[in-house]
Structures are given as C-alpha cells and as structure tokens.
Design a protein around this ligand. Structure first.
Ligand code: SF4
Length: 349
C-alpha cells in the first residue's frame, strides 16, 4: 500500500530538503515572517542576500518598527513589489503595539499577510498545523490530483484548498511546510518537473497520465498594455542627480525615482513643477522597458543639466551619483537603480 502523501514527503525532506536557509537558524516568528514576505513572488536565491542585509540592520521587530520607512525601502531596493516593504513596516508597528499573534487568523489580519502566508508563518514559527497554499504548493497539488480547470477560477481554488487540507499532517508542521515548498521549487518545477526524483510520483495522476507539462492550467494572459513615458535624468553639473519622491501609493510608491512625465510634456513644464531650470539642450540616454503586473512601461530617458530656479518645498532631492552607484541611501525602483549603475557616472562627462 502506498504510504500517505505527507509521510513520503517528510522522508524525502529529511534527506533532500533545504535545512540551511538563513531564516531557519534561528527560526523566530520575526525572521520567518520577514522571509515569507520577501519570498512572495521572489525566488529563494534572490531573497537570501536581501534577508541577510535586512536582519543585520533590523535584527528584531522593535528595530524595524522604530525605523523610518525610507530606510526600509532603501534596504528593499531591487527586490521589487515595494508595497510589501511598506506593509511590512506598518505591520511591524502593529505587532509592537498589539503583540505577536500565534494564530493564523491573527497574522492574516496584518497588512500584506494573506491566508497562505499566515499559515506558513504559524507552521514554521510555532510548529502548529496550518494549511498553506502558495504558488509552489498549488502546482504540486494540481499535478498530483490532475486538476485541469484554470487555477484562477474560484472553484479551482476551493478544490486546491481542500486537497491541501487533506494532505497536511497533524505532526511536524514546520518541516512539512518547508518540504512541500521545497518540492515545488526543486522537483515539481514549473518547467521540466523531475518526476523520477519525486517522492509522491507513485500515485501522481499527472505523471501517470503523461500530463505534467500541461498542468496546472492557467487562463490565457491578456496582452499587457504599453505605457509610454519620459524619464528625466537631471544633473546639476557637480555630479549630483535629482530624484523625485514618488507619492506613497501607486507605482513605485514612496521610492525615489527619476522624475516621470507624459510624452506630450516635452516642453519644460515638469521642470517648472520641480522648481528647476534647464541650462542646456536635452539629449537622449536611450530607452528603458519594465514589465509591471498590469502594464509595460516603455520609457525614453532624456538628460539635461539644470539648476535650482526656485528654492521651494519640492518633492525631491539631489543625490551624488557616486553614492547612488555604490549603494543608494534611498529606495529606488529596480529599473532606475539598474540604469544608474549601468551608467555609473554623469551623463555629461
Ligand atoms: Fe510533480 Fe512529477 Fe512529482 Fe507529479 S510526479 S508531483 S508532476 S514532480
């Protein structure tokens, strides 16, 4: 008789799972929560250096709650999905004020924590049984049970939650949670699943029916609309670049960015808004493309030397380009940070 799904998975985890992730040593609620937020939409290998830098600066909840959000965003720079960092900071303040919950419902009430993340935190931090269903787990379960309806459909989600509930064991909650996430990340991968190395292959319907590559089924993505914009690279002639603070909500919320303008604002109206005056001709630094979840940004980068025309309460500041290249003192959107690093110096040298 085939052993239960969880027993096979745990036996595999003991031999092949990941036991040396930085948030596992020590495995506190704070570190597990931080890792789970960073791991949303981001792979383990990318997260590890960010996690290490983050806990070095903010070793505990109190230090994170006491920090300014700008410093949190600066450490998050390049990891993307910045709403996660803003929510993390807000949640840290709530946790300090109200205490750390031990139930999944308590965690799910915090900003940026959905039901699966809440369950993953409780299971790993407190070793309490809690059912998780993140992207990796959905893929494993959809293949194992050959669920072939679109993943996004509400009925499919209910079916997957029921499957997850049925296979989650009462014991070894932390290990099981890590095990099923590891299986999805390293064996039951999105492309080319390694069924020959899989501990639950014996009764996996997708493998038996030869359908692993076509599952899970996703609705066809709509083509993302393209938004054309101009990004302004504004220098003062002394090696400083002007960065505008973005509004707290929306795209690149709260980050410092090259000022963005609509393509029909090629006159100097944006400079006037920023209290700046152009000193020389505009020249193009080329294009920049970046995919957001709902649209694609196609930006042209225009550079000019400018000077402060009006000393006003403008939403931005000058930063030394050298400093921005070395390690920005503020949170920058990943494509802007990349652009600054690639140029590495003034556009007017
Ligand atoms: Fe995934 Fe293959 Fe394992 Fe099935 S047998 S769960 S498709 S790796």
């Amino acid at each position: 008789m085939t052993a239960p799904f969880a027993s096979r998975l745990l036996a595999w985890f003991d031999r092949h799972g990941r036991h040396d992730l930085p948030w596992q040593h020590p495995r506190s609620a704070y570190r597990v929560w931080l890792s789970e937020i960073m791991l949303q939409q981001t792979q383990v290998a990318t997260v590890i250096p960010y996690f290490q830098r983050f806990v070095e600066r903010f070793p505990d909840l109190a230090s994170l709650a006491a920090a300014e959000v700008d410093e949190v965003l600066a450490l998050w720079s390049g990891l993307g999905y910045y709403a996660r960092a803003r929510n993390l900071h807000r949640a840290a303040r709530e946790l300090v004020a109200n205490g750390v919950p031990e139930s999944a419902d308590g965690w799910a009430a915090l900003p940026g924590v959905g039901p699966s993340t809440a369950a993953a935190i409780v299971a790993q931090a407190f070793d309490e049984r809690a059912v998780i269903l993140d992207g990796n787990v959905k893929r494993v379960l959809a293949r194992h049970a050959a669920v072939d309806t679109p993943q996004e459909a509400a009925a499919t989600q209910r079916e997957l939650w029921a499957l997850a509930e049925a296979v989650t064991p009462a014991e070894r909650a932390a290990d099981y949670t890590q095990a099923i996430m590891d299986l999805g990340a390293t064996v039951c991968r999105r492309g080319r699943p390694r069924c020959d190395a899989c501990p639950v292959s014996e009764d996996c319907r997708a493998r038996i029916e030869g359908r692993a590559a076509e599952l899970p089924v996703r609705r066809q993505r709509k083509v993302r609309p393209v938004r054309e914009r101009v990004l302004l690279w504004l220098e003062d002639g002394e090696g400083n670049l002007f960065l505008e603070k973005r509004p707290p909500r929306g795209i690149w919320g709260g980050l410092a960015s090259l000022p963005v303008c609509e393509c029909d604002q090629r006159d100097d109206s944006r400079l006037t808004e920023l209290g700046l005056q152009r000193l020389g001709e505009w020249h193009s630094l080329g294009g920049l493309r970046h995919a957001f979840s709902h649209f694609e940004l196609a930006a042209e980068v225009q550079a000019a030397l400018v000077r402060t025309a009006v000393v006003a309460d403008r939403p931005g500041e000058w930063y030394a380009i050298d400093r921005l290249v070395e390690g920005p003192p503020v949170g920058l959107p990943a494509p802007v940070q990349r652009l600054i690093r690639e140029r590495g110096a003034s556009a007017f040298d």
